[in-house]
Design a protein around this ligand. Structure first.
Ligand code: PMP
Length: 438
């Protein structure tokens, strides 16, 4: 394809290689390309469109705000839009959950929120080290990238990734190894070589790392370890938060109380960039402008977020709907796995944050994603070997559309599995074993 994207856009482009269409319009869980072809979107901007594309309940507020010449760009100036957002977030999200946090608006990307969180932990404790986890993903800027496990992303950093030590995530060595005891030993042994860290940084469900779910027991044990040793606990809820796992904050069911929380992706509600760092009030040791940025006040995002929180989080209707659809999705996928015994397919995840792992034939995931795309379904792959197919439909997806997407998915799995079984000795044809990085 010789086009302006190929001739002018940098080779760094990635998703567009996997989903090669020119997209034009979108609504809810559907997205259309410039030829009018319809796709069901189980990708949802990597978890940014929890309320769907162009949500019709949020859109009128945005249009009205623009129509009335509302402030669009405001650095960190006080604006009525920001005021309304903060009040709504306080009244509907924080107070009912008995959560007392100060709110920082860093630059609008997730990685900027993680940078700010790491800086704050270092400043507050006066210590340098951060403990992050195997297969974790926290962003691409130097600080956050230092806490990201993936070698493909780390290798271009010129060796400048400092100040982070990695510990094994829950289940890293399989279900029988207690990875907390390992970390506890490192922290408590003065000769382990691990200096006492400022913070432990984790995702409750690792998104890019393969939809790996930390158990409640593991999260509670990490929190105790942190408390015992005066180490701050940072939960990166950028992908798992904003209702993705069924509760607004992914860690809420575990009962833990992180010192710092990062939010991004769906907090802007309409696909609008915005991110937040929540910190326990006593940690707020920033001096004015110490973590600065031009785009810390996306007022359109404040308007959208305010509306989404009022509509979707004033009661538990959305939460219950996510849990119900999660049940339907997992049940469907488990039945699908049962149809392919011996192929090592398995289902994992929480809420509408679900993965289908193909451990035995990692290339199957990419192949199924490509096949599904041809038939009008968008699904991302993730995991260290790209061996997990990730299901992130908008939370508001109708059950009929969820089902329609799943049927396309099942057909795509069937087509790819047929290729495997038609290959001598049950191996993969060459075309399936070639790795293409996005
Ligand atoms: N943390 C997590 C858990 C993420 O999933 C991501 C994005 N995939 C980031 C941080 C980085 O966010 P951004 O791409 O907006 O910088």
């Amino acid at each position: 394809m010789n086009n302006i994207f190929e001739s002018r856009e940098s080779e760094v482009r990635s998703y567009c290689r996997v989903f090669p269409a020119v997209f034009k319009t979108a609504q809810g869980a559907e997205i259309f390309d410039d030829s009018g072809k319809r796709y069901i979107d189980f990708f949802a901007g990597a978890g940014t469109l929890n309320y769907g594309h162009n949500n019709p309940l949020i859109k009128p507020r945005i249009l009205e705000y623009i129509q009335h010449n509302g402030i669009i760009h405001g650095l960190d100036l006080h604006t009525t839009a920001k005021q309304a957002f903060l009040e709504t977030f306080d009244n509907i999200i924080l107070r009912p959950r008995h959560m007392d946090y100060k709110i920082q608006f860093p630059g609008p990307t997730g990685t900027n929120a993680v940078e700010a969180a790491m800086k704050l932990a270092r400043k507050y404790t006066g210590r340098n080290g951060i403990v992050a986890f195997t297969n974790g993903y926290h962003g691409m800027t130097a600080g956050a990238l230092a806490a990201t496990g993936n070698a493909y992303h780390r290798q271009v950093s010129g060796g400048l990734l400092n100040g982070v030590s990695f510990a094994p995530y829950d289940g890293y060595f399989g279900p029988d190894v207690d990875t907390i005891s390992y970390l506890r030993k490192l922290i408590e042994d003065d000769s382990s070589g691990l200096d006492k860290p400022a913070a432990v940084l984790l995702e409750t469900v690792q998104g890019e790392g393969g939809v790996n779910v930390a158990s409640t027991q593991w999260l509670v044990a990490i929190e105790s370890l942190c408390r015992e040793h005066g180490i701050l606990l940072i939960v990166d809820d950028i992908q798992a938060g904003c209702g993705r796992t069924g509760t607004f904050f992914s860690f809420k069911p575990s009962g833990i109380s992180p010192d710092i929380i990062t939010l991004s992706k769906s907090i802007g509600a309409y696909g609008l960039p915005m991110s937040l760092v929540l910190m326990k009030p006593e940690l707020d040791c920033w001096e004015p402008g110490e973590h600065n940025g031009t785009f810390r006040g996306n007022n359109l995002a404040f308007v959208a977020a305010n509306e989404a929180i009022r509509i979707y989080w004033s009661d538990n209707t959305l939460s219950l709907a996510v849990q119900h659809k999660s049940h339907l999705l997992k049940r469907y996928l488990r039945k699908l796995c049962d149809q392919y015994p011996g192929t090592g397919l398995s289902v994992r995840g929480r809420g509408l944050f679900v993965g289908l792992a193909s451990d035995q034939f990692p290339q199957v995931a990419r192949r199924v994603s490509a096949e599904a795309f041809r038939h009008g379904l968008i699904l991302e792959t993730c995991g260290a070997r790209d061996h997990v197919i990730k299901f992130l439909p908008p939370l508001i997806i109708e059950e009929t559309m969820l089902d329609e997407g799943l049927n396309i998915f099942a057909e795509s799995v069937r087509a790819v599995m047929q290729q495997i079984t038609n290959t001598p000795a049950g191996g993969l044809p060459d075309s399936l074993t070639q790795e293409v990085h996005p």
